[in-house]
Design a protein around this ligand. Sequence first.
Ligand code: AVI
Length: 318
Amino acid sequence: MLKQELEDGEHGLADPNFRADVLNGLAASPRAIPARWFYDRRGSELFEAITDLPEYYPTRTETALLMQVGPQLGALAAPNAAVVEFGSGSSTKTPILLRAIHPSAYVPIDISGEFLRHSARELSKDFPGLPVLPVEADFLRPVPLPEEVSGLPKLGFFPGSTIGNMQAFHAVNLLRAMRDWLGEGARLLIGMDRVKSPDILIPAYDDAQGVTAAFNLNLLERINRELAGTIPVDAFRHRAIWNPDAARIEMHLEAQRDLDFTVEGRPFAMRAGESIHTENSHKYGPNGARMLLRAGGWTPIAEWTDPQDWFALMLCEA
Ligand code: AVI
């Protein structure tokens, strides 16, 4: 996951990209702010809490799948492969993969350096003989991988259906960047959430305890905190809707009354019922998933789903 934890904003310096995305997004029609800005420290904690919710099936379904297919993965991955994870190590999934395939090195890549180094240190404790080589980088701007893994075959790992948070155009660009990064002969293990009934999807993004609502609303708190905003957070309501044409869950923050506020001194007015679009979470059927991967330069060679066909793990080769 692209965690923004411990960024400069936490210390009083707003990220200029955050500032630009918020000011442009609030002025746009329809209003929209990219989901990557959810993940300040509080947002990351709330996301962790979401992954434990009874309604949020993706994390536990993917984790169970990984445990189940571990032995097959072990047989499919090159014996001396280096695992390159996009995101700095999902707390429970990474060790399952590492135990299954016994890689010769583990390279977590994340944009948030401090979070990255922290999770790398934690992981090293559990895998004392494994070289853990963190790389601080933006997924879309590949930097060279560590010298130590240059001659080794790579297995990319991109769990969590994070690819679903991107529009297809950006998802394809990301998959291509990963392919260039990992090089000839690489493989990619990617988690993709499946299209399913809105009766399952909506509660997963609008849970009874209101954790997802707090996660969504925290974006407004973050704007107030880091960009001197005066947004009346209580006047907004979390909304999760299924958009069947785009096969995605959309999260919005809906104004409950007419309101005015400022962000860094810039005035904004919203009418009751108007909303800010904060996230897309695309879901893929089997054909859509395979087509997306192929468009990104990857050939699917194996896939596994749970008995309810809610979530898929796809293994591809470059
Ligand atoms: C990180 N990402 C895959 C989550 C998802 O399911 O789209 C983010 C999330 N948003 C609300 N709940 C979880």
